[in-house]
Design a protein around this ligand. Sequence first.
Ligand code: ADP
Length: 602
Amino acid sequence: MKVLVINAGSTSVKYNLYEMDTEAVLARGIVERVGTPAAVHTSRTGSQPKLVEPVDAPNHRAAIDAILALHSKHGGVLENRADVRAVGHRVVHGGEKLVRPVRITPEVKKTIEECALFAPIHNPANLAGIEAAQEALPDVPHVAVFDTAFHAELPTSAFVYGVPYELYLSQSIRRYGFHGPSHQFMAASAAEHLKTDLSRLKLVTCHLGGGASVTAVDGGRSIDTSMGMTPLEGLLMATRSGDVDPALGLLLSRQGMSPEAVDELLNKKSGLLGLSGISQDFRDVEKAASEGNDRARLAIEVFVHRVKKYVGAYAALLGGADAIVFTGGIGENSARVRRMVCDGLIYMGVALDDAKNEAARPRDAGVGVVDVSQHRAPTKVLVVATDEERMIAREVVRTIAGPTAARKRVTGGTIPVGVSVRHVHLSRADCDALFGAGYELAMKRPVSQPGQYVCRETVDLVGPKGEISRVAIINPLRKETQVEVAKTDAYVLGIDAPLRESGKLDNTPGITLRGPNGSTQIPKGVIMAHRHVHMHTDEAAQFGVKDGDTIRVRVEGDRETVFGDVIVRVRGDFALDMHVDTDEANAAALNNDSVASFDGVQ
Ligand code: ADP
């Protein structure tokens, strides 16, 4: 199966074409200066020499047509353009809604557009690439893979900024993190190289390129990362300042600088370029430093200082690291930077082997990973030839295999049934009250909807009439606490829980929750969940329904039942599943292996 991966910039379209059966790169290249008469296509097919040719690319669509035309020419790697079976798009910002790779629907595109608030340059360019590729290849699935997605499960303490919490609630102001595919690729490569399951590894991954970020990866999960709400925070970069006192922007604006000028200063005129006054390219700065230029030397020192500071901070958060992993143009190629970062880290088990460090060329050597640490060093230092595009191609294959593929086979109009046992969704404040300030709930097992999981911890429900102990908590945390019970549970508790859709909590009764750290009384939030079906956008199209419709669903068997008034919820990242509570399931003799069938729109 051939998968095309596209990374569209405002004036460029970078691409890789994979044969995913073997993960071989069939072709790769870039069309630059899109929108100008000087557009040029640089490409490489297999191991053939690089080809550079001018192209007519007044827009992204023309650039993609040129790419497809070149590779479908006689003797090319494609028979014709229909040979491309799926397209993966790198998208920088997915915000809080798009937290895993998704098939691109009009709704997904709208969300990407909304997220341009946080990535004003990247997201519109990514979207232009998507529109163009969808026009050029209208009959294949297009999947968006987000830079932010790998960091979607950051603990709250890592993603919340120390500003009024309402800013998070109302505007989703928080840390998102970027370079996700690269950090994910580094973590997977390190696990493979160390022959250890990723779930057992603590890693500090350093992506040091034109943009740069460090991530703490605990058991495969990103638990902190240096970039923030936008890719400006953290390390010193080619032209970005990274961390500065937020008061700097205020000071400059009070002095009369416009927001656009402040933006330009911090994003385009700072970093290696701003400090050295020479270049944004690390090689030029290194050369100038070696020729005695003090500001170039300073730029390198500040760059390394930051990386080292984050490595130490993340080792502290992780409670030690099994490996520090380097990648990106600088991380992969500059032995000097790795040497400077790792100097003096012997206290945390880091000892470089200088000869191996100098010789490390994972990309040229055609190997994914080179270990540059001394044989017995407890903390390994690894250099990885990152391949974000390959990671994206893998995610595309996984995504089109379908979220339900791993669960139950769904055929011809059947709908899997999920029985929702009473459970609680907690807010940060209530989680703090029940388990202690900043407590992070641990995952026990995922539930059918992607990204949601049952936690190891439980809470007790204390009603006016009775109590129910050890009630499941489902994460991630929500903005408001919600308690979902069946009618039988409501009788036990002595609470008159109304039938509601999730999240619609006005005029609902409260309850007392009891945890190991204390009790908390919620003023509202106890409901019986209205039965509903989650559907992926494609499945909704197959059934001919849309978000908000109510449908009938039939179950066969000993207690054949038709459920009416089942609400349809459609989203690009939903997995097909009908949710009923335990009373409903028992009445119709259903369990988690049952399937139902669509019985028409009401
Ligand atoms: P981007 O983040 O723009 O994709 P890259 O990951 O390609 O960038 O990294 C670009 C940076 O890597 C540039 O600053 C470049 O100077 C630096 N770089 C590339 N090769 C070397 C090298 N041999 N030694 C030091 N730095 C290098």
